[in-house]
Design a protein around this ligand. Structure first.
Ligand code: GLP
Length: 234
């Protein structure tokens, strides 16, 4: 595979590294950015907030949203993106699946958006079970936007953001693996010991739908930014 690994000291340095890659991509004409949530991209978003980069002619397309949460719900990914980035760096347009959208029509609606704005740079975190976006193990590699049932592992990993485990939504809308793979360039970040196994399986394991991120081995331009702990099983 052609996956490029960049090892960094910690998530602060990782955010700076990812920021540099985004800056270079913009200089080469990138206009559409696929964005991710979770704690992992937060240091990148800080770099972007504090930078003088101008996104007012750029487009952002987010990976996923919890089903059942309104845009202004404190734990929605809409709220996350506003607080982390969009309130500080206005984009020409931003897209995130509508958590209150109709389950029968929202996926197709979002696919039209993704198809109309081919992604130049896709930012990714990774789940401890190697999910990307909310594409859990077993998701077909040819999937487009779809309704996902979250695994217990993912619910447990994300419950820290909610008052209690019962408050974590059980479903989400997520861009599919095929949509993610159609991005020209992919930057995946992972920090900490609990991501080490997922990273090893992403880079060296068999390419299998049981390990969603393993498909990245077949993409021509993937950069993985890892700290020492996340790289410890490579
Ligand atoms: C959620 C998001 C993923 C993210 C993952 C890891 O499941 N849907 O996009 O990669 O969490 O989160 P964290 O970066 O907080 O470890």
């Amino acid at each position: 595979s052609t996956i490029k690994i960049i090892k960094v000291k910690d998530r602060n340095e990782g955010g700076k590294k990812a920021f540099e890659l985004i800056k270079e991509a913009i200089q080469s004409g990138a206009e559409v950015f696929g964005l991710a949530t979770g704690s992992t991209p937060e240091t990148l978003y800080r770099e972007l907030r504090e930078s003088d980069l101008d996104f007012s002619d750029k487009t952002a397309i987010n990976l996923d949203e919890y089903i059942g949460l309104s845009k202004d719900h404190p734990q929605s990914y809409h709220t996350f993106m506003k607080k982390q980035l969009f309130d500080y760096k206005p984009f020409k347009q931003t897209f995130i699946p509508d958590g209150l959208g109709d389950e029968n029509t929202e996926p197709e609606k979002y696919d039209k958006i993704v198809d109309a704005h081919p992604i130049d740079v896709q930012i990714l975190g990774i789940g401890t079970n190697a999910h990307i976006g909310f594409n859990e193990p077993g998701t077909p590699f040819d999937s487009k936007t779809h309704k996902v049932t979250l695994t217990q592992e993912t619910i447990d990993a994300n419950k820290r953001y909610f008052d209690s485990e019962e408050d974590v939504p059980r479903h989400a809308f997520s861009m599919g693996i095929k949509s993610i793979m159609s991005a020209k360039k992919i930057i995946l970040m992972a920090y900490g010991e609990n991501k080490a196994e997922a990273i090893a399986r992403t880079v060296h394991g068999p390419v299998t739908e049981e390990v969603p991120s393993s498909i990245l081995q077949t993409h021509p331009d993937v950069v993985i930014i890892v700290d020492e702990e996340a790289a410890s099983q490579l």
